[in-house]
Design a protein around this ligand. Structure first.
Ligand code: IMP
Length: 193
């Protein structure tokens, strides 16, 4: 069986991808290759951060690997919070504070258009590739729904009338930015790896 490292310790992300790939591939978490340090994420772009994480693991541990990075880009805020989505309201990954800041910044703005963007960077001995997943939508005036995480309670994808947090997880996970990028990665791995 072919094995590839996913540069994350998020067990949920690992099992989601492993389930789609089936038993053709084995997805290895960072903990299994002895990588316990914080991987630097200092790039100013989502693409750059995904590349930085995959490059770090590939160079230090000499393994084929992929890494992901995601951000919410809001039109009226010139693409912010973007690469800073996890720490928009300050260090500490506080989802609630980030949403509060976003709603405050959008108060009185004419456009509430936004998009989620996921970039997956893959590095193998033969290839260096980027896979992108984008979903467009709008930011609501207030929170709606309890599912999901992060900015889900204030994001309505185009073509729907519910926020990500009002949708069943299966629906969100089948249409999301991460699903789109992941499907591209999986297609590539199945055909080329
Ligand atoms: P990460 O790169 O997957 O860790 O995502 C960075 C940040 O983007 C997270 O901390 C969340 O604030 C936000 N984010 C990423 N994916 C989603 C999503 O599917 N829904 C809502 N927020 C998300």
């Amino acid at each position: 069986m072919k094995a590839i490292v996913f540069a994350t310790n998020n067990k949920h992300k690992i099992s989601e991808i492993q389930a789609i790939l089936g038993d053709q591939f084995s997805i290895i978490p960072l903990s299994e290759i002895g990588c316990t340090e914080d991987i630097p994420e200092t790039s100013l772009t989502i693409e750059g951060n995904a590349m930085q994480k995959a490059t770090y693991v590939n160079e230090k541990y000499k393994v084929d690997c992929f890494a992901d990075d995601t951000g919410l880009e809001v039109e009226a805020l010139d693409g912010q919070p973007g690469v800073k989505s996890a720490r928009y309201a300050g260090p500490g990954h506080d989802f609630d504070a980030n949403v509060t800041k976003l709603l405050r910044e959008l108060n009185g703005q004419l456009s509430r258009r936004a998009r989620f963007k996921t970039v997956i960077s893959l590095i193998t001995s033969d290839n260096e590739m980027l896979f992108e997943g984008i979903i467009n939508g709008i930011i609501t005036a207030e929170r709606r729904g309890n599912e999901g995480f992060g900015y889900d309670p204030v994001f309505i994808p185009d073509g729907y009338d519910k926020t990500f947090a009002e949708m069943p997880a299966e629906l969100k996970n089948s249409i999301s930015h991460r699903a789109i990028a992941t499907r591209k990665l999986i297609k590539f791995l199945k055909e080329n790896y």
